[in-house]
Ligand binder design. Structure first.
Ligand code: EPZ
Length: 422
């Protein structure tokens, strides 16, 4: 186990941080390599444990997997339909293996994802979609057993759930539909940039997908897909996390490079609303911290609304901003594990159902805190940089799931932190 000791103090960050490739784009794209027996090359796959788990699953299924720094080469010539329980149960995102396995082999066995601290993680919409395409789906003994008695048949399928669209559900259906007979229409599709990135990769493999990035995606089935090369998009949540780090702790300003600013509109709006200055030039964003920080109102929603994956980090900024803020999470109403830990550091914040009410500015004091959800843990690192004294963040593996060397990147712009084995 490892922990991070963050030594807080006055705002002192300066310089430039480079953003890595997107975790949430890499995972479904790596799963999509199962749709062909040809070799695929995926570039800018971040060195995070979730991506490494996905590579382990691919090789345990029988694919040939090579990783040379950020580039991954996969040849899924002969593969099994049974995913390894011990790894799959550790990573919910492995549900996105279902679509490719069912399309390629006509069957799949994937363990049901465990719940997690951000709330219940159902996959009812995924299973509904695969059944609509003609698959037989059984859930027994913690496994999803899928079998396709005849062929997958394309049709119009509504993927809207009570919490809106589903990102990985859209990915699964899109991947399964690439090799189905006829045309599939996804109504109520997720429109996240990562869905567009997956569709771009699938089209490079010979799929016929239009409408990705809108609520209505059309997939015309083809008989087979071939190998392709692809560079995943920058990680917009990692980038957003560093934009918040700049607004909280830049001595004057900080540059965040290799980003797609168009993927961060809702996040940039809140940082500007809380009183800081954002300047976009090409693939670089500069955040200039000001002293007239103020509270803001946030409500998460499906892209392009404010991302649920950024609400914990933004809460850390609002905690030290002057005024009352409200943070509503409509996607994961339980995603507030960071609040008790921020309170231990002196934050004045109260939870009311799916809403956090923040009264700032609080002067934070370092404390031993517990990482939980990936993004809640990142929020604690950000708060630790502005707390008096030391903050000890335990269970660092939560952060390493989705951030590529976050401590190294922040130390590189002047943060004081040290990773320690316990
Ligand atoms: C993706 O998860 C992301 N993960 C999550 O990021 C992100 O928080 C989430 O999308 C929402 O944006 C990856 O891309 C690997 P959903 P996903 O299906 O696809 C409900 C991170 O921090 N729902 O879009 O699993 C669900 O409970 C992670 O990087 C159903 O009801 O999320 C939630 O309330 C955390 N039935 C809402 O929909 C279903 O069958 C959105 O979930 C599926 C989902």
């Amino acid at each position: 186990m490892e922990k991070l000791i963050v030594t807080g103090g006055p705002p002192s960050l300066k310089g430039t941080i480079n953003v890595s490739g997107s975790k949430n784009s890499s995972l479904p794209i790596l799963a999509a390599t199962l749709l062909t027996k040809d070799q695929c090359v995926i570039r800018r796959v971040p060195d995070v444990s979730d991506a490494n788990y996905m590579l382990q699953i691919l090789s345990q299924l029988g694919a040939d997997v090579e990783r040379a720094s950020g580039n991954v080469i996969v040849s899924a010539e002969k593969i099994s339909h049974q995913t390894p329980y011990d790894i799959v149960r550790k990573m919910r995102a492995s549900v996105c293996m279902m679509g490719p396995l069912v399309a390629r082999l006509g069957k799949a066995e994937v363990s049901l994802p465990g719940g997690c601290v951000i709330g219940d993680r159902p996959i009812d919409l995924h299973l509904h979609a695969l059944k609509e395409l003609g698959a037989k789906v059984d859930v027994t003994g913690g496994y999803v057993i899928i079998d396709v008695p005849k062929d997958l048949e394309g049709k119009e399928i509504n993927l809207r759930g009570k919490f809106g669209s589903t990102v990985l559900g859209t990915d699964n259906l899109m991947m399964a539909a690439t090799l189905a007979k006829g045309t599939t229409i996804i109504e109520g599709a997720a429109a996240e940039p990562e869905v567009i990135d997956l569709a771009d990769f699938l089209n490079k493999m010979g799929a016929k997908i239009t409408g990705a990035g809108t609520r209505r995606i059309e997939i015309e089935g083809v008989s087979e897909l071939h190998g392709a090369e692809h560079t995943v998009i920058p990680d917009r949540i990692e980038a957003g996390t560093f934009l918040v780090a700049a607004a909280m702790a830049a001595e004057k300003s900080l540059n965040i490079n290799r980003v797609r600013a168009d993927h961060l509109k809702a996040v940039i709006e809140v940082i500007e609303a809380s009183g800081h200055v954002v300047t976009v030039s090409g693939e670089s964003i500069e955040v200039t911290r000001t002293n007239n920080s103020r509270g803001a109102k946030i409500q998460t929603g499906p892209y392009p609304e404010f991302p649920t994956d950024m609400q914990a980090q933004m809460t850390a900024l609002l905690v030290i901003s002057d005024g009352i803020s409200t943070v509503v999470d409509t996607i994961f109403p339980e995603r507030f594990m960071h609040l008790p830990e921020l309170q231990r550091m002196g934050a004045v914040v109260e939870r009311q159902g799916n809403t956090a009410i923040v009264e700032g500015p609080a002067s934070l004091t370092g404390a031993p805190v517990m990482a939980s959800d990936l993004r809640a843990s990142a929020a604690l690192v950000l708060a630790g940089m502005r707390a008096k004294g030391e903050t000890e963040i335990n269970r660092l593996y939560h952060i390493d799931r989705g951030y590529e060397h976050i401590d190294e990147k922040l130390i590189g712009v002047g943060a004081r932190m040290e990773r320690k084995r316990v």
